[in-house]
Design a protein around this ligand. Structure first.
Ligand code: F6P
Length: 540
């Protein structure tokens, strides 16, 4: 059913007429107590939507929309393993990866929680052997470094989490090779010792061109750096659903940590794909991370819609995108350790919900995922916040802040928190011409200094960044993405849009290497570029 035909959607459309012409200051005047009433808690996080351009009436109709769209039923369908990824005929069970060990979700006669626990147990045992020195390289030396080769969901999650938990790293030093650009491998391998380097080939399909090219490159690097006849296999591990392909590559079955087609790439950091994280931060920190995800899963599954963080976060996203027509969303973590969170969320939200057809195959009649971007605060303030405050395009922001630093620097942390709150305040209220006149600003500068405000912003806060709070935060965004997808009526779990580009690139490779000449199937502008780049490469 087209979502725009729902009475709740139509009521929201009517509210939006008014909301677009009124300022956040008007909302505040009507309900000055917003700061005390517009927030909710779950799994150690508070979501404060008091600076959103959402009145109590709008929130009530947004909740009605969630109800009309059957969010609770859809959520149960996901948690119980129904095949909600319809275009790939798959269940969507990343929640089973972090379920309690005694839980059970059976799909086609297989208990997915039991399967997950078995792999987790194997990861745990392997990590303990590596960190204790029982598992060593081909020449008997202990491993000091781990290189994860993967891309997209097989890279962004582990990178983001290892960076976020950097000060807990007591295990192997993690390195990540993702780009097929040989520069990436070259730079990451520089300074590493093959004798003490463990290599994880992280690929759900074990066919991704970039990953397989880098895997071959790194295998050659190991062969060149280790004595002849060494057991290179002692340095290789695969993280994959394709055990057979990993074996073909030369990795024995007992060194393959598996996962399943019911774990989407961008939802896989809690699966075997997280092995680099476990090797870097240790078993218990990784388990704490999973526990944080689990706590948010339980909150999402059990809290009523009005008190449900992922649901309310998604509804705010829908309001901003579809009713206030705000095309982009900035995620601004005021925590340097979260500096890769925006990149991680780009894949999560835009690969999931960057869709133009509904699950039934008909074109959607509404906008879907906004462009997501961001940087940590306060750095972003000295860069793109100018556009947020005074540009012509509105931006909706998520500001993430912790009440405590990971470091003993409370006074400096207070400056960080002050900046986060100041930005949220200025985004909401702006600064009017009359305030500027009253402050004695020269008349010819007043317009230049006016800040319109009315930029909606959600504040997300927790006490301190820990593996647990990080896990809960990741699960919060995962579930909010899911809820948005249900409201938009799309399948959030396929990614056909990235497949075709891969095919086209594969066909062009022989033309660029010169092994073949572009045929008539290659557009003129592409063959012209190939010719120009080849002649540039061959020039002196
Ligand atoms: O970029 C598309 C994609 O399919 C992502 O969804 C996935 O995370 C990534 O490629 C990597 O795929 P694989 O893990 O199979 O190598």
């Amino acid at each position: 059913m087209d979502v725009t035909t729902l009475p709740s959607w139509q009521k929201l459309t009517a509210h939006a007429e008014r909301a677009r012409s009124e300022h956040f200051r008007d909302l505040l005047e009507r309900r000055p107590e917003r700061g005390r009433t517009c927030h909710l808690q779950g799994a150690g996080w508070t979501l404060d939507w008091s600076r959103q351009r959402v009145s109590a009436e709008v929130m009530s109709d947004l909740l009605a929309l969630a109800f009309d769209r059957g969010i609770s039923t859809a959520t149960e369908a996901m948690f119980t393993g129904q095949r909600i990824n319809t275009t790939e005929n798959r269940s969507v069970l990343h929640t089973a990866l972090r379920a309690n060990a005694h839980d059970s979700v059976v799909v086609d006669g297989v208990d997915c929680v039991k399967e997950s626990q078995a792999v987790l147990g194997a990861m745990r045992a392997f990590t303990e052997r590596v960190l204790s020195g029982d598992e060593v390289g081909a020449t008997g030396q202990r491993f000091t470094d781990v290189v994860n080769i993967g891309i997209g969901g097989s890279d962004l999650g582990p990178v983001m989490v290892t960076q976020a938990l950097k000060d807990l790293q007591g295990g192997l030093a993690p390195h990540f090779i993702s780009n097929v650009d040989p520069t990436d491998a070259h730079e990451k391998l520089r300074g590493l010792n093959p004798h003490t380097t463990l290599v994880l080939i992280a690929s759900k399909t074990f066919t991704t061109t970039e990953t397989m090219a880098n895997a071959r490159l790194v295998r050659t690097w190991l062969e060149a750096g280790l004595p002849r006849e060494s057991n290179i296999g002692a340095h290789l591990v695969a993280l994959s659903t394709a055990v057979d392909l990993a074996e073909e590559f030369g990795i024995s079955e007992d060194r393959v940590f598996g996962f399943w087609d019911w774990v989407g790439g961008r939802y896989s950091v809690g699966s075997a794909i997280g092995l680099s994280v476990m090797l870097a931060v240790g078993v218990s920190a990784f388990e704490e991370f999973l526990a944080g995800m689990r706590d948010m899963d339980i909150h999402f599954r059990t809290a009523e819609l009005a008190n449900n963080l992922p649901v309310v976060m998604a509804l705010l996203g829908v309001w901003n995108r579809n009713f206030l027509n705000i095309p982009t969303r900035a995620v601004l973590p005021y925590e340097q350790y979260l500096h890769r969170l925006p990149a991680y969320l780009q894949q999560l939200t835009m690969e999931s919900n960057g869709k133009r057809v509904a699950a039934d195959g008909n074109a959607v009649s509404i906008e879907t995922a906004p462009v997501l971007w961001g940087e940590p605060g306060t750095n972003g303030q000295h860069s793109f916040h100018q556009l947020i405050h005074q540009g012509t395009q509105p931006v909706a922001c998520d500001i993430i802040v912790f009440s405590q630093s990971r470091h003993d620097a409370a006074r400096q942390h207070a400056t960080l928190v002050a900046n986060a709150l100041a930005q949220a305040q200025v985004m909401a209220l702006g600064r009017s011409a009359s305030e500027l006149h009253a402050a004695g600003v020269a008349p010819d500068l007043v317009e230049h200094k006016v800040m319109p405000g009315n930029r909606p912003c959600t504040l997300l806060w927790s006490k301190v960044l820990t593996p647990h709070s990080l896990g809960a935060l990741v699960a919060l965004y995962e579930h909010a993405t899911f809820v948005e997808g249900v409201i938009w009526g799309i399948n959030s779990f396929d990614q056909w849009g990235v497949e075709y580009g891969k095919e086209v690139a594969t066909r062009l490779v022989p033309f660029i290497t010169g092994d073949d000449r572009p045929d008539s199937a290659v557009p003129e502008f592409t063959s012209a570029s190939i010719a120009q780049l080849r002649s540039l490469a061959e020039s002196d």
